[in-house]
Design a protein around this ligand. Sequence first.
Ligand code: SF4
Ligand code: SF4
Length: 92
Amino acid sequence: MAYVIAKPCIGVKDTACVVVCPVDVIHPTADERNFNEVDQLFIDGRDCTCCGLCVGECPVSAIFNEDELPVDSQSFIEKNAAYYKDHPKIAP
Ligand code: SF4
Ligand code: SF4
């Protein structure tokens, strides 16, 4: 189980969630070179501790517990995971 970033983040990307994540599993951060290439940010579900701190920081309520993700947003589980397949760990 992990947290997932869904559609409302698209085009917003204000990185408020990145600042509060205690285990640095939300990417890309604003200083990563591919930040401008992605339409949203993604959570690395392998290391997310499910602390929930990011949820309250998001101005557009884009972050969900995977188990509570709306039916029409289920594809974002794979979209978040896919980012980390393409970008193993943290991009320099
Ligand atoms: S739930 Fe906690 S560990 Fe997981 S992405 Fe959010 S702040 Fe980070
Ligand atoms: S706080 Fe919300 S809108 Fe901002 S980057 Fe994180 S998920 Fe996207």
